[in-house]
Design a protein around this ligand. Structure first.
Ligand code: PLP
Length: 464
């Protein structure tokens, strides 16, 4: 901790406000308020520019799985920089960490997902998946098989293609997306199903919708289905039991590849290195991951593919063309070294086992907030949870969006030393996986107080 004492934080705040174009930002408030500076950190806590300490309920952005400021991570990163900080792996060069990490990921990934392509994050991992899938079908002579199916409220990233695959309609406002290639089906959110519909009938309907969409577009035109095991940014949607298994069966029936976007769910968040098989009983054709792969210490994303896909894309093309896909920083040795150290720490400290235990307690405690009058639904699993706030628990009617209820709750939490993430009328939680029972109790009691305080504010302001 702290070598930030001599920094003029007021000046930093001004520099940021004047020159840093922030991602995912409401500029109407940013231009007035600027940013909260995060200057320091330690395990599950972060410290702002004024020295105030917060429990980080969102692990940075669903990513700081092993916790902050680990010295052995810093050392592993420094060691790799002193060995060789960078070399391209275009063609026939490689580095020790890139090779070793690939073998480790092949060992951890389910089924025959034995081949890894690297980029700098989750969006790029998904873009890469699309490019490779298109190339794969071209190699097979199935040149019309190009379309992608994904779900409303799925989030897959912010590059042009990843944002097109994303189905959160709010995220598309004011921007363009690729509508020819990408088609969305509805979200399997059990909370929003009709009151008189059973969960089984709801699931049947969603599976039928996938099959109908493939038939409507034509199986010869559909290349892949993209799905997160649990939707994250769309509001932590846990699909009905059997949904993924049955979706995979439909995909197999029509020769459609299944891409499991595990950018959030991999590396321990649900208590497994990968959730697809261990939690949802599917071995997809590809898994994309990022975030927890390095616990956010350095940027890295991976697209992990099956032997079957690799065997096709690695056959030399007839006209002598190359596999012309790759980034300067594909397989960056320092990021790969950080990922190797991250996985080593997770295994040594048995963080998946800890999540099975403490994550179950966390889930149970967060679910206890369901008794509060504005909490309509509390959902999620282990260290990936969401609270959906409503005006009426019976009808599930939403509170007027102008009330910005998610922001209000987050502000109350922040004043009490806790960071939670607002998502419209919801709040999501994805803390570091090292949380203790004491941390869980603080987090949940602070959240309870903050939701109660927000309820009073909403009444005062005429929103309830
Ligand atoms: N996929 C999922 C499921 C995500 O949650 C995210 C980011 O939150 C992405 C992809 C995009 O990852 P990145 O922001 O690293 O590009």
């Amino acid at each position: 901790m702290s070598n930030t004492k001599n920094i003029n934080m007021k000046q930093v705040w001004q520099q940021d406000k004047d020159h840093y174009v922030h991602p995912w930002t409401d500029f109407s408030t940013f231009k007035e308020q600027g940013s909260m500076i995060l200057a320091d950190s330690d395990n599950v806590h972060v410290v702002d520019g004024e020295g105030k300490r917060y429990l980080d309920g969102i692990g940075g952005l669903w990513c700081v799985n092993i916790g902050y400021a680990r010295e052995e991570m810093a050392q592993a990163i420094a060691d790799q920089i002193m060995n060789i900080p960078y070399y391209s792996s275009f063609g026939h060069h490689t580095t020790v960490p890139a090779a070793q990490l690939s073998a480790k990921l092949a060992e951890l990934a389910p089924g025959n997902l034995n081949h890894v392509f690297y980029g700098c994050g989750g969006s790029v991992a998904n873009d890469t998946a699309v490019r490779i899938i298109h190339f794969y079908f071209n190699q097979l002579g199935k040149r019309s098989k190009k379309k992608i199916i994904s779900r409303i409220d799925g989030y897959h990233g912010s590059t042009y293609m990843a944002m097109s695959i994303t189905g959160v309609k709010f995220d598309h406002i004011g921007f363009d997306i690729e509508e020819e290639l990408v088609h969305h089906i509805s979200c399997p959110n059990p909370y929003r199903r009709p009151n008189d519909q059973s969960i089984e009938a709801f699931c049947d309907e969603k599976i039928q919708e996938l099959e109908d969409k493939i038939l409507e577009l034509g199986p010869d035109n559909v290349a892949a289905f993209f799905a997160e095991p649990i939707m994250g940014a769309g509001g932590v949607i846990v699909p009905p039991k059997g949904y993924h298994r049955r979706s995979l069966d439909v995909c197999r029936k029509y020769g459609v590849l299944y891409v499991s976007d595990e950018v959030v769910t991999a590396f321990g968040r649900l208590g497994h290195m990968f959730a697809s098989d261990d939690e949802f009983d599917i071995v997809p054709d590809m898994i994309t991951c990022a975030k927890g792969l390095t616990s956010g210490y350095l940027p890295l994303g991976a697209t992990i593919m099956s032997d079957d896909i690799y065997d096709v894309i690695s056959v030399p093309q007839e006209d002598g063309a190359l596999f012309t896909h790759g980034y300067t920083y594909s397989g960056h040795p320092v990021s790969c070294a950080a990922a190797i150290k991250n996985i080593e720490i997770m295994e040594r400290e048995q963080l998946c086992e800890h999540v099975m235990d403490m994550g179950a307690y966390f889930e149970e405690q967060v679910k206890s907030l369901g008794d509060l009058p504005i909490v309509g639904d509390v959902r999620g699993r282990k260290f990936m949870m969401c609270i959906e706030n409503v005006a009426n628990k019976e009808t599930k009617e939403l509170i007027n969006p102008d009330a910005a209820v998610g922001n209000r709750i987050a502000d109350h939490c922040q004043a009490r030393g806790l960071i939670v993430r607002p998502l419209a009328h919801m709040n999501v939680l994805s803390p570091p996986l090292t949380l203790t029972k004491e941390n869980v109790d603080f987090l949940v009691s602070t959240l309870r107080e903050s939701i109660e305080a927000t309820t009073q504010d909403l009444k005062r302001d005429g929103f309830l």
